[in-house]
Design a protein around this ligand. Structure first.
Ligand code: XIL
Length: 326
């Protein structure tokens, strides 16, 4: 058994946790988060659907509370996210088909949000999940329709850089370890953006995986992404016991596979070059609070246990596997 040390004390790089303002208002959760982690990502409340109101005004209460907590406890703040195909607030839908007004509102939004946390946020996911799931290029979305397929991404980086020239600006995506074709198309996107002079400063791989992931896939993915020489963020790690689902696997078998993958992720990340280890972030604190437990994520059963702490806040074997890999 590893001694009762904070998770972050095992790592030579920041270890992050996704949080909500509500969770930080709970004294027990807040204490666990401040003890074990060195970086916070808002799980929900720095996204456009939270911040941007129907009338075009902004709401910064919860994101400010998270930023305040990070400041008070000496933790890094990581911004997530500025532009995401999955969020299309009314204030932008209203401007659909009006390119000039749309572009102005887009710049205005990014300047306001990235600008508000400039000097505190160490980095931002500027564009989230731009690559199509089948690996055939980029997703079509509200943003690409109004600003152009690659241009909406370039512009977002330019505006974010204007707002906060010191933040490391990330392009972030998921399923890069399980879908090689998608990974290749993500790599091509990063190349294109860099060639075009976009201020891309880092590469984010969400790492929402399941215990059935083939061993070696995480290591290979981090290796491919590291070829850019840019900082890498394992930005949203969780390891589901369910999604894998091969019927022949017992739950105990899945739990073992989960531990091997946690250790592989931690070990593969910690052997990257020192200047490429931006941070290693878990997508939540306790299993019971994981987004995979939400009724909206109904592919997941109520017993899914993807994180490092159990429902009661006790460290799990996943914690020890991460610590061993770090
Ligand atoms: C999820 C949050 O965990 C949920 O609480 C929220 O309702 C929806 O978004 N990829 C991402 C994250 O980049 O922003 C998502 O977070 C999970 C998948």
């Amino acid at each position: 058994h590893a001694p009762d040390r904070p998770l972050k004390s095992f790592a030579r790089f920041p270890v992050g946790c996704a949080v909500t303002a509500e969770r930080l208002a709970d004294p027990a959760d807040a204490a666990l988060i401040a003890r074990h982690f060195s970086q916070l990502t808002p799980e929900w409340e720095m996204k456009m659907e939270y911040i941007l109101q129907d009338d075009g005004t902004f709401r910064f209460d919860a994101p400010d509370a998270i930023a305040g907590f990070a400041h008070e406890h000496g933790l890094r703040l990581f911004g997530h996210n500025l532009v995401w195909y999955a969020q299309n607030p009314v204030a932008f839908r209203r401007l659909d088909g009006k390119p000039k007004a749309f572009a102005d509102a887009y710049r205005n939004y990014i300047l306001a949000v990235a600008g508000r946390y400039a000097g505190q946020a160490v980095g931002w996911d500027v564009v989230n999940e731009a690559v199509a799931e089948d690996g055939n290029g980029l997703r079509a979305c509200l943003w690409s329709r109004n600003l152009g397929q690659i241009d909406y991404i370039r512009r977002a980086f330019d505006h974010a850089h204007e707002a906060d020239p010191t933040a490391v600006l990330f392009i972030n995506d998921y399923n890069l370890e399980s879908l090689p074709k998608k990974r290749a198309s993500f790599v091509r996107l990063v190349e294109k953006l860099l060639q075009a002079g976009a201020p891309v400063g880092g590469v984010g791989t969400q790492t929402h995986i399941d215990a059935g992931l083939e061993p070696g896939a995480l290591r290979r993915t981090l290796g491919d992404l590291a070829d850019f020489g840019l900082p890498i963020h394992v930005s949203e790690l969780d390891i589901s016991l369910n999604r894998a689902g091969p019927a022949w696997r017992s739950r105990a078998g899945l739990a073992e596979a989960q531990l091997r993958l946690a250790e592989e992720a931690a070990e593969a990340f910690s052997t990257l070059a020192a200047n490429q280890r931006f941070a290693f972030t878990l997508w939540g604190l306790k299993d019971g609070q994981s987004w995979l437990r939400s009724p909206k994520e109904n592919r997941h059963p109520p017993w899914d246990a993807p994180l490092a702490f159990d429902d009661a806040g006790r460290r799990k074997p996943v914690f020890d596997a991460l610590a061993a890999g770090f």
